[in-house]
Design a protein around this ligand. Structure first.
Ligand code: TRP
Ligand code: ZN
Length: 893
């Protein structure tokens, strides 16, 4: 919080640090009502800096108790400290700085720095939390070797953890004890971590390829001890995978994970001491869904992979965040694809990108993968930096091939081990290892907005030539009116009557030997390009953007029969799924058109037939069938409609519900048979062979929920008999959504009564209610905020109830009277001072006012109300002001 207008930090202003801190010794005296932090920093002038003048160390919310320079208190006129840090005049070339500060972890509700969560001390230092612990050069290009001493009450805090290896442990007077941790690897302050608490742990070992014996420990509250096994198995898989796929081994003797209930994000990769949101590490069948198990596996791997992509090689400054996040998301996505279903993982990621990231790229907060300015860096942990950043790395992989990419990553790690580097360094390593030039490719890092590809084709019957003409264009985004063409890998195939056709580009000699030449990656780099394939005996259906080969929108005027053909017959799983989705979008368009014209909609027989085929016992993969049967989400449809000029959320919702009911009616018998064919497994396990059938059965149940008693009877039985959360929640949703008021309340209350002691299950219960389509949805959410299960101080609860409501219950969030906006605005206001990071994140749905033309005024009014509040945090200020700044749409007519 500050009084002056928060200022922007700009990439262009980057200067190397004036001083370096090769060594840092910290001594924590932990008490509940205050904590003392003694820091001894060895500072030396940075030869790479020619800056002179006073040295500023960052520090926020610190009460300075002692200050010594080389053992002596400096003269009062030679130093000063304010709310943002400490300034020393004319520091010596090399000196030792000792500070003692007093902080108050118990009062720390922002969950940044050192705080208390359910009686446990823990830290969160990324991005700039370390400055709330001690005065420091709190920037990632200052890397230091840490030694950490922790003193605390032995009974209440038997477990004392920090980064690296534990080097000593002894009892002190007054029932306290002391533990010392040393981390031999120099690291930036954002990777510092400390935990103190009464924790139980599960333990395992891992032997690295190079022969290092590593102790693996997952620390949890005693009551959660049985929920750590899945994370442990995931960790070992991740360690092995990184050795095999990237040649990366773990480098310390211990790897610790701690589960914390109050946590702003998913998890944090602190060196040797990862800290996890309980929701991303604890797992057991009764409290975790199938998706939850997969999420734990992916996030454990993600944080582990950061040990190389992030920790050993880190970021020079926060503008380079995607250097570690984009790369690491790509790495964890490939890990998940290798361990599970590659097609499904790609479908999930493409869906996230197309709905949420495309929306971000089209909104007032659009920014490049490498932003060039920010007010609050916490606001830039975005889908663009993470997910689009991962797509940029994936495109490199596609362009260079697995071997070339691996050569690039080997060179990157070798060249930059122990350094803080930039996205340019990453690209340079990729280019050098492959002896290629990626200069134009690099535009992906600097240019915001989603590129649009328009494809046209022509077939010449006589010559057998088939020409694809591709135009690319990227729309303007705030601050970037003009865009340059990008390097875009466009993967494709051509589908003929008998399957995928062999591809020969004009000028090439046909390759008779190679059977697998039905797949091709065209590299686009001009605003318009044509590609001619020769020797085609028939007019093919183009299978475009296979594997979602680039984060772009693609339009080609498919006819429905062509989509149906792709859906059943293309070799590429993503294309098959995408064609099905496009068919559904077309059918939804029919429904909306009929409704608008006041006529009765009719179900597209082609779609009904396609869905029936997916439900057929002969369909090989139930998981893929489930994904293909799922209607495009409302957010996806809203994003599509917004791109086409503005979404009518009520009409979209109405059409989608109509289609769901129509398919439910037309396919009732097949749906019921499919449910029966996939009964619950004898004993639940979160494995692919069970997850697929479960997901197909529950997808069917969702359609049958529109069939009155047929659906309710199945759901009641499933809820009564289920041995796992996936099936319970699916059934509960049907009863709560489709049952009458008595059935709904009885089911919801019964569920709460049974699971109220399990916080993570209660979060699902909150989320389920937040996303019900009921006339009083807003009132229900408001009432639940008063429920004993809710807690504004716990980010998981806030996300489950308020975040889910605003992000996923679109018709009710956008209720005509503005009640949904008022609800969200009220929570943001309440959280602004308490937890600004969460407050700002929660605001996202309100920033999308441009997509909903009929609600522009109401949404902007709520944003304006927030903008006028006194003492806005920089976090909320940045989101609100940038959202309002961008122009109102021109009035039509
Ligand atoms: N680096 C974390 C990751 O793995 C993200 C993260 C965790 C984070 N906690 C945070 C970012 C708090 C900002 C603030 O992606
Ligand atoms: Zn990360």
């Amino acid at each position: 919080m500050r009084d002056a207008q928060p200022r922007s930090i700009r990439l262009a202003d980057y200067r190397p640090p004036m001083f370096l801190i090769p060594r840092t010794a910290l001594h924590f005296e932990l008490y509940e009502d205050f904590t003392l932090v003694h820091a001894t920093l060895g500072l030396v002038r940075n030869p790479a800096s020619d800056e002179r003048g006073p040295l500023r160390l960052a520090g926020e919310g610190l009460e300075l108790r002692e200050l010594l320079i080389d053992g002596e208190a400096p003269v009062a006129s030679r130093w000063r400290c304010d709310a943002e840090g400490l300034e020393l005049d004319d520091p010596p070339e090399a000196f030792e700085l000792c500070t003692t500060v007093r902080i108050d972890p118990r009062a720390n509700t922002a969950l940044e720095g050192l705080y208390l969560s359910r009686g446990m001390f823990c830290t969160q230092c990324e991005a700039e939390g370390f400055r709330r612990i001690s005065y420091f050069l709190d920037r990632p290009d200052v890397m230091s070797v840490y030694s950490v001493t922790i003193d605390a009450d032995r009974r209440r805090y038997p477990v004392l953890l920090s980064n690296g290896n534990r080097t000593s442990q002894r009892a002190l007077d007054d029932g306290r004890h002391r533990v010392v941790w040393e981390d031999p690897f120099p690291k930036p302050s954002y990777l510092f971590a400390l935990v103190a608490g009464d924790l139980a742990c599960i333990e395992d070992r891992f032997r690295t390829r190079g022969g290092r014996d590593v102790a693996l420990r997952i620390y949890v509250e005693e009551k959660d001890l049985a929920k750590g096994d899945h994370a442990m198995a995931s960790l070992k898989h991740a360690m092995r995978w990184d050795e095999e796929r990237y040649g990366r081994e773990y480098d310390l003797d211990v790897f610790n994970i701690v589960a914390v209930d109050d946590f702003n994000m998913g998890a944090m990769e602190n060196k040797g001491l990862n800290i996890f949101n309980t929701s991303c590490v604890l797992a057991c069948p009764a409290t975790t869904t199938d998706a939850g198990f997969q999420r734990v596996e992916a996030i454990v791997a993600h944080e582990y992979f950061h040990n190389w992509s992030g920790n050993r090689v880190t970021c020079r400054d926060w503008f380079q965040l995607s250097l570690k996040e984009g790369f690491t998301v790509f790495r964890d996505a490939e890990f998940s694809a290798d361990l599970g279903s590659r097609d499904l993982k790609r479908i999930e990621d493409a869906t996230l990108l197309r709905t949420a990231q495309f929306a971000e790229d089209a909104g007032p907060l659009a920014h490049p993968v490498r932003p060039d300015s920010y007010i609050e860096i916490n606001n830039f942990y975005t889908l663009t930096v993470y997910e689009k950043g991962a797509e940029v790395v994936r495109m490199l992989h596609t362009l260079l091939g697995e071997e070339g990419f691996r050569a690039g990553s080997d060179l990157y790690f070798e060249r930059h081990d122990g350094q803080a580097v930039t996205c340019d360094d990453f690209i340079a390593a990729m280019a050098d290892a492959n002896d290629t030039d990626l200069g134009t490719f690099k535009r992906w890092y600097g240019q915001a907005g989603t590129p649009e590809l328009t494809v046209e084709d022509a077939w010449d019957k006589d010559s057998g030539a088939y020409t694809l003409t591709v135009r690319q264009q990227t729309p303007a985004t705030p601050g970037q009116p003009g865009k340059a063409p990008l390097v875009i890998p466009l993967a494709l195939g051509l589908l003929g009557d008998a399957g995928n056709l062999r591809l020969t580009l004009e000028g090439e000699t046909p390759d008779g030997e190679q059977a697998d030449n039905t797949h091709r990656v065209l590299v686009l780099e001009e605003p318009e390009q044509s590609f001619t394939f020769t020797g085609l005996p028939e007019r093919p259906v183009p299978a475009l953007l296979r594997g979602f080969s680039a984060p772009v929108r693609l339009s080609y005027p498919y006819r429905r029969e062509q989509l149906r053909t792709l859906m059943t017959r293309d070799d590429d799983g993503f294309v098959r799924w995408d064609a099905g989705q496009q068919l559904m979008v077309a059918a939804l368009g029919d429904v909306q058109a009929a409704r608008a014209a006041g006529t009765t909609p009719a179900l597209d027989p082609l779609l009904a037939e396609a869905c029936a085929a997916l439900l057929d016992p002969a369909t090989p993969d139930p998981a893929v069938a489930a994904a293909m049967l799922a209607l495009p989400g409302e957010s996806t449809l809203v994003e599509l409609a917004a791109h086409a000029g503005g979404a009518d959320i009520d009409a979209i919702h109405d059409a989608r519900e109509w289609l769901r009911a129509a398919l439910g009616e037309a396919l009732e018998d097949v749906l019921v048979r499919c449910v029966r064919r996939h009964p619950p497994a004898a004993a639940y396990a979160p494995v692919g062979e069970q997850i697929g059938p479960r997901s197909l059965r529950n997808t069917c149940l969702g359609y049958l929920a529109t069939r009155g008693d047929t659906g309710l009877v199945l759901a009641r039985a499933q809820l009564a008999e289920a041995d796992n959360l996936t099936d319970r929640l699916a059934a509960l949703r049907v009863l709560a959504q489709a049952g009458d008021a008595t059935e709904r309340e009885t089911a919801l209350e019964g569920f709460y009564a049974a699971w109220q002691h399990e916080a993570l299950v209660v979060n699902h219960w909150l989320q389920l209610q937040a996303t019900l389509d009921l006339p009083d949805a807003v009132e229900r959410v408001t009432a639940l905020m008063e429920h004993p299960a809710f807690d504004l101080g716990n980010p998981n609860k806030v996300r489950s109830l308020v975040g889910a409501f605003a992000g996923a219950n679109l018709v009710h969030f956008h209720r005509a009277d503005g009640a949904g906006y008022g609800l969200l605005g009220g929570v943001v206001e309440a959280l602004n001072a308490r937890n600004p990071q969460i407050a700002a994140r929660l605001l996202t749905p309100l920033t999308k006012w441009r997509t909903v033309p009929v609600r522009v005024e109401a949404m902007r009014a709520e944003l304006s109300r927030l903008a006028a509040l006194p003492a806005l945090s920089p976090d909320v200020y940045e989101v609100v002001s940038k959202s309002l700044e961008s122009q109102e749409p021109q009035p039509v007519g």
